[in-house]
Design a protein around this ligand. Structure first.
Ligand code: PHE
Length: 487
């Protein structure tokens, strides 16, 4: 029940949640952000830590979030409050929900700018404005696109409008329908680009860049980036997955869905890497180029391909759609909270949220032109929004959630909600009580630099140690024995 007394609506189709959650997870994070931060942090070692974070932290956190959502049937704030109250615990834990909701909103404020890049490149492809002969020409196009605040503002405003229109239409008509056809299209485009990459001359170098797991070469900063990105790419601790989970029917299996979403998301990110880096290396570009990386490399690939313009159009179309299926999930928490608690209609909640969003995103957009000098500690508004959310708010929100699930709630609660076989449940419990929280803490402590030795170089040992500790800890815990025997 929502606070208005109505039963909460649910996804229409069997695949509704799966599609919407995958749509939320797969987005600019996979195709824009993953390649460029992998480039910045040096390749393979970063990729390995990222994969470890996805499966050791991301998957357990996602299962926890969906359980909170489905059990509490509400926006993050309401759902967490209801679930902790059910265990007789303090409503103060719902602060985690407040942070998540704020985080989703902040992510969207800079996300619409990047999505705007994608829409503007789609337009350039359609209108023949992306014809550039060299790497320098392509970089100049990217620069010029950002330099004009009216032009850039137009595209980010368009994304804001589209997002609010879809969210205003509601869960089933707006969100569920739009994701069902574009995800397969995106994967197909990536396959085509990889095939092109294989023949571009840079493929071998790209593969060794992405998969040469040279553990020693990773910095503490890179580890925090990998952890933050695991949260970002799975849409965690930002209200998105939790709120989508609140529409999930009782019968659906949370464990199976989570693993499918995480695998699909990872596959798309790795495919994006395999599509982009061959072009980078074949053209002698710098993999550490930064946020403009895909906008400077892919247009070159399209130009060299037969039917390149057509593929370019399709690619940016798919990318823009992937961005939209993510952006709608970032405000769903806020909109659903406003509807449930402030008695607003979905339409007015969407447009109200959209207006505030537009103001903040305009500041983020100006970071690329008029406001390029409005910096604090060397970071622009855009950089701060990105940095605060993915490096701090998401990992800390995730930490809060697993700690509540592992230690604060009554044991039966999530056991019932997850409906896992005993061994799988025990594994989840071990992850949320030990591996995920300690993993997050260690990476934080390391990044803060308060220890004289860096953990970065030794992290595989640390991970193994964590798992060992968890096994011993749980073997001694009566809760585990109870979990294993009472089924
Ligand atoms: N997961 C999305 C992506 O990779 C971004 C996102 C973050 C979506 C937070 C929702 C909430 O593009």
């Amino acid at each position: 029940m929502t606070s208005s007394g109505q039963p909460r609506i649910q996804w229409l189709g069997r695949w509704g949640f799966m599609l919407a959650a995958t749509g939320s997870a797969v987005g600019l994070g996979n195709i824009w952000k993953f390649p460029y931060i992998t480039g910045e942090y040096g390749g393979g070692a970063f990729v390995l830590v990222y994969l470890a974070c996805i499966f050791a932290v991301g998957v357990p956190v996602m299962m926890t979030e969906i359980s909170f959502g489905r059990r509490g049937r509400g926006s993050p704030i309401d759902a967490i409050r209801r679930v902790v109250n059910e265990s007789g615990r303090s409503s103060a834990w719902s602060l985690i929900g407040w942070m998540a909701m704020l985080c989703g909103f902040m992510v969207l404020s800079f996300y619409v700018v990047v999505a705007g890049w994608s829409f503007s490149y789609l337009w350039k492809m359609l209108s023949g404005g992306l014809a550039a002969g060299s790497v320098d020409d392509i970089a100049a196009v990217f620069g010029a696109n950002n330099a004009n605040p009216v032009n850039l503002g137009f595209w980010s405003t368009l994304v804001t409008l589209l997002t609010m229109v879809i969210v205003g239409k509601g869960v089933q008509e707006g969100i569920e329908k739009s994701v069902s056809w574009m995800m397969p299209g995106l994967v197909l485009m990536l396959v085509l680009l990889i095939v092109f990459g294989v023949f571009s001359g840079g493929f071998g170098e790209a593969v060794s860049f992405l998969f040469s797991f040279n553990v020693g070469s990773l910095s503490s900063e890179g580890m925090l980036a990998a952890l933050g990105h695991a949260f970002f790419t799975l849409s965690l601790a930002s209200g998105a997955i939790l709120t989508y989970g609140s529409y999930l029917p009782k019968e659906a299996s949370i464990g199976r869905t989570t693993v499918s979403v995480a695998v699909a998301d990872t596959v798309v990110a790795l495919m994006a890497g395999l599509a982009i880096f061959p072009v980078i290396f074949a053209n002698g570009m710098d993999p550490g180029e930064g946020p403009g990386l895909i906008f400077m490399s892919l247009p070159l690939a399209f130009q060299a391909m037969p039917l390149g313009t057509l593929f370019g159009i399709l690619f940016f179309l798919m990318l823009s759609m992937a961005a939209l299926t993510s952006s709608i999930s970032m405000v769903e928490a806020t909109v659903s909270w406003l509807c449930d608690n402030k008695g607003m209609s979905r339409q007015s909640a969407s447009w109200g949220t959209g207006t505030i969003l537009w103001l903040i995103s305009t500041l983020a957009m100006l970071s690329f032109n008029l406001g390029a000098d409005w910096t604090l500690a060397g970071k622009t508004v855009f950089d701060w929004l990105d940095y605060l959310t993915s490096r701090w708010m998401m990992p800390l929100g995730g930490l809060g959630m697993v700690v509540v699930a592992g230690f604060v709630l009554k044991s039966e609660l999530f056991r019932e909600e997850l409906g896992l076989p005993p061994l799988a449940y025990a594994l989840w419990l071990m992850m949320v009580r030990y591996v995920s929280p300690l993993g997050i803490l260690i990476i934080f402590v390391d990044a803060l630099g308060v220890y004289p030795v860096s953990f970065a170089a030794h992290w595989p040992w640390l991970l193994a140690m964590l798992v060992a500790m968890a096994v011993v800890g749980e073997a001694l815990s009566p809760r585990l024995r109870q979990a294993l025997t009472s089924d």
